[in-house]
Write a protein that binds this ligand. Structure first.
Ligand code: SF4
Length: 475
């Protein structure tokens, strides 16, 4: 999972890209980068947070009114500096590209490109593969006179080759800004226009901060090109079945974002309401409902409302520690939980506490949190999770890609409860998840909960992805 932004502005694009990337920082903390165009590309990228990579000096040289930016969270490759995005190519046009997503057939495509001597690849990043395939498909077009249809026709070939999730922003040098979204729209991509300026981003929060409003979503399978005169061209490249990642609403996106017309905060409130109904079936009588901060706050409030018990902040988060889910190793995640969370004893001691969390992947973080609550003197600890048991790898860009890492894969709910040390464990149902997020909309990817993958996925692809992740996590 990564964050992308693309701007065609009146003034310097980087002046919007930089704050936009800060607004998207939660989507990836491994590397950051931006490229702008004015006569030539001006590129800066590196490892670390946006504020680490960019400084007043390098921002000064990123000239031009058109630009793209990226924050990275590695799901393919080890995530070294050579994998930082955007990538730049010079044939048949100068193209700079950044993407959010994960190609399921990345290893196959990479092998084909190398074996057929089509292009030299310098990274382990699937964005470089997308860029090269776009370049190869563009080279097949009649390039004697540029028009947006050349791009759209090339994209037909690109869509035929790519399997997986991709939301892409590109600069075509001297021509304009091109964006496209995979045929299922697994990854979000939103845009807005304001006074002759266009901005595209993974989440509406980035555009909100830049003063844009009236957001629209790039449709699944749609490509949009804004030329240098700020004229918009759009084409449906591929008709696919919408399958937006439901985990964006559960965990990943910021609560102040709107994805495909659904407010993330509102979705989390409804998820809490659905979980509250599940809790009623267990006939528990907690003294207090406490969210695992920050993601679970809205849901916990709704669970408390449904159960008619107090809602309190009993866990406080150190804001300067990054999200534990996206730490690369389990040891780092546990260490980060201890540094990240502390208890407010007065809200916990001698109480029956119902903790509300967004999800359980491996169970180690939940176990640590329950241990913290018990050590603060809780009488009983119940654990409510507002998503269903995670059992299946995500092959679309969230780093839970190996079958072995899910506690729910081979354990019953009773066994998970024992393993994490809860007195009672209550999960959301799949129906509750879909109803909570979508109010009846069924156009979601729910593969990590249900095993129903929206794209082609064979054993070979799955094994290649798993082998890569296992190798990297052991390194
Ligand atoms: S498998 Fe899960 S995390 Fe991955 S895209 Fe689908 S819903 Fe999102």
């Amino acid at each position: 999972m990564c964050g992308i932004i693309g701007i065609i502005a009146k003034g310097r694009a980087i002046d919007s890209i930089y704050p936009g990337l800060i607004a998207l920082q939660h989507r990836g903390q491994d590397s950051a980068g931006a490229v702008t165009y004015e006569q030539t590309f001006h590129l800066k990228k590196g490892q670390g947070l946006v504020t680490t990579v960019f400084n007043p000096k390098n921002i000064t040289r990123l000239n031009g009114n058109i630009g793209i930016g990226h924050v990275r969270y590695p799901t393919i490759g080890p995530g070294g500096v050579e994998d930082a995005q955007p990538f730049v190519l010079t044939v048949p046009y100068g193209i700079a590209l950044a993407h959010n997503g994960n190609l399921v057939n990345y290893f196959k495509l990479k092998k084909e490109i190398i074996e057929k001597n089509l292009r030299y690849l310098n990274s382990n990043c699937d964005a470089e593969v997308i860029l090269n395939i776009l370049s190869i498909e563009l080279s097949k077009q009649d390039l004697s006179r540029f028009n947006p249809d050349i791009l759209f026709d090339a994209l037909k070939g690109v869509y035929e080759k790519l399997i997986g999730s991709f939301a892409v922003v590109c600069i075509v040098a001297g021509k304009g800004l091109l964006v496209f979204r995979d045929k299922n729209g697994i990854k979000p991509l939103v845009y807005a226009q304001n006074n002759g300026e266009y901005a595209f981003a993974s989440e509406s929060v980035a555009l909100d901060m830049l003063g844009f409003s009236d957001f629209k979503d790039v449709k699944p399978g749609e490509a949009i090109f804004i030329d240098e005169n700020k004229k918009l061209f759009s084409k449906q490249i591929y008709e696919g079945k919408k399958a937006t990642c439901i985990f964006e609403y559960v965990y990943f996106a910021r609560p102040d974002s709107v994805i495909d017309g659904i407010g993330v905060y509102e979705a989390r409130l409804r998820l809490g309401e659905e979980l509250g109904k599940e809790c009623l079936k267990f006939n528990i009588k907690p003294d207090v409902v406490v969210p695992v901060p920050d993601t679970a706050r809205g849901s916990a409030q709704m669970v408390a409302e449904v159960l008619r018990v107090k809602h309190r902040e009993g866990l406080i988060k150190n804001r300067y520690i990054h999200r534990t889910f996206i730490m690369p190793t389990q040891e780092k995640r546990i260490e980060a939980v201890r540094m990240k969370l502390n208890v407010i004893r007065s809200e916990i001691k001698n109480k029956k506490v119902l903790l509300i969390d967004d999800s359980i992947v491996r169970g180690n973080t939940s176990k640590e949190i329950i241990g913290l609550i018990r050590s603060a003197g809780a009488k009983e600890v119940y654990y409510g999770v507002y998503s269903p048991p995670l059992k299946y790898p995500c092959v679309y860009g969230i780093d839970m890609q190996t079958r072995g890492e899910f506690i729910a894969r081979n354990k019953s709910i009773e066994e998970i409860k024992e393993s994490i040390g809860a007195d009672i464990l209550i999960y959301q149902t799949v129906e509750g998840l879909i109803n909570g997020v979508g109010i009846g909309d069924r156009g979601f990817c729910t593969a990590c909960f249900t095993g129903n993958y929206p794209t082609e996925l064979n054993d070979e692809f799955m094994e290649e992805i798993e082998t890569d992740r296992i190798k990297i996590k052991r390194a």
